[in-house]
Design a protein around this ligand. Sequence first.
Ligand code: NAD
Length: 504
Amino acid sequence: MEHRENGEPRTYGNLIAGEWRAARGGGTFDSLNPARRSEVLGHFARSGELDVEDAVSAAVAAQPGWQRTPMPLRAEVIARAGRLMEERKEELARLMTREMGKVLTEARGDVQEGIDMAKYMAGQGRMPVGEVVPSELRDKRCFTERVPIGVVGCITPWNFPMAIPCWKLMPALLAGNAVVLKPAEDTPLVAIRLAEILTEAGLPEGVLNLVTGLGEEAGAPLVAHPRVRAISFTGSMEVGNQIAATCGKLGKRVSLELGGKNAIVVGADADLELAVDGALWGGFGTTGQRCTATSRLIVDQSVLGDFQERLLGRVARLRLGDGLDPATDVGPVINAKQLRRVHSYTEIGRQASARLLVGGKVADEGELGEGNFYWPTIFTDVRPEMRIAQEEIFGPTLSVLPAQDLADAVRIANGTRYGLSLSVYTKDISRALWAVDRLEAGIVYVNAPTIGAEIQLPFGGVKGTGNGHREAGSTAFDEFTEWKTVYIDYSGRLQRAQIDTEQG
Ligand code: NAD
């Protein structure tokens, strides 16, 4: 996988009807290494409405043939893609670290999530797709089956550049849909590598199309296109709500996976060292740029001092740097705009009189100045209503909030508009289950941080985090299929349901 030609970054096109094509308008944009902004990974097609039109037309043309391909054969393509990803795992992970910044061990995990999804979906290709249900009438057979929706648009964020596209593409394709993918503008190259793999694995032309570009220019026309029957979106609440409004007007199906304001509750009887491990991994893993990242630590006041002291001791040892360096614990923030946003929340926290314990500044010492680095930041004395305790920061910033007891902690944890992932640390099983019953989130962890989803379980949130859909797991197809109910009357006479039913 060479990303350069004669030492220069390459120019990449869109995948439309099996061909790689430049944007119709001829424009490009660059993808930069967030650890070293001077490193350009490539130039990418800056697509607009015309490119989206081409991609959707290709998908519309290819979809019926793909739907008629037996599901186990569609699954074979996904299985081959998984094997190719496995062979290329290290190259893909290294590329991801350069394009997105997460440390290499995490980038390997991101690719592994895609491989896991391929294996899971490959197996699903031979599983039942409906139910046989008894009829109230004689000589009548009733069954249900899942059928594809048609053409699906997938719009993805940059923080899991391989895993999230795989979560969407693999079930959508296996279900018999054709797809147009619009990946995030910060990570187009990883998405292009995935599209190449799916093509190499045997996906017919036009079944998967990829258009790169900016949200307003390439994403919005995809959402609005009348031939796109469903949109699967993962990203910010702001954009998600706009997309939902457009889809609502057009009567189009939409599934939303939006942000989080995830919290760890540390009970009075928690194993504090374990809770600190969880807080560090949940808060600073992926530089806090996970939708499930821990951003609030709600700590029983009886153990607050002890917990904070242990936490600070460990934060001081975290090493910031390029994710390709094995010594690095925390990589860069995705781009300069996000770096400014993270820092603006430090100012917001200060102005609200939260107490800054550590960090709170851009890391620009030496080589760090070449990238978008921010020192891991912890505020304490944070009150639940403060903006830093309510709004998604999406960076390496943790807020510590004291709680009077477990009930108070659960109330604080539930007190945001989000509902993605919440966690509780306690050694007492009764208290753990009491909290599980009351935490308002799509995902709840006990004695583990708010991150760590596995692909064979449903993933998604409640309240403002989503609109009721779940990705992955047994629910993966709900997003990408319609139900068809089939009645077959082989009695040879008119039988009226509810009327001609025989008694006794
Ligand atoms: P974003 O909303 O800015 O962008 C997401 C995608 O939407 C990108 O591909 C972007 O180009 C596109 N987009 C932007 N404006 C658009 C428009 N008007 N119409 C159509 N498409 C448009 O989000 P981001 O900055 O890439 O990602 C970070 C956000 O994603 C965070 O809020 C995070 O919590 C969320 N996220 C959620 C989950 C989840 O599953 N809940 C997972 C990962 C990230």
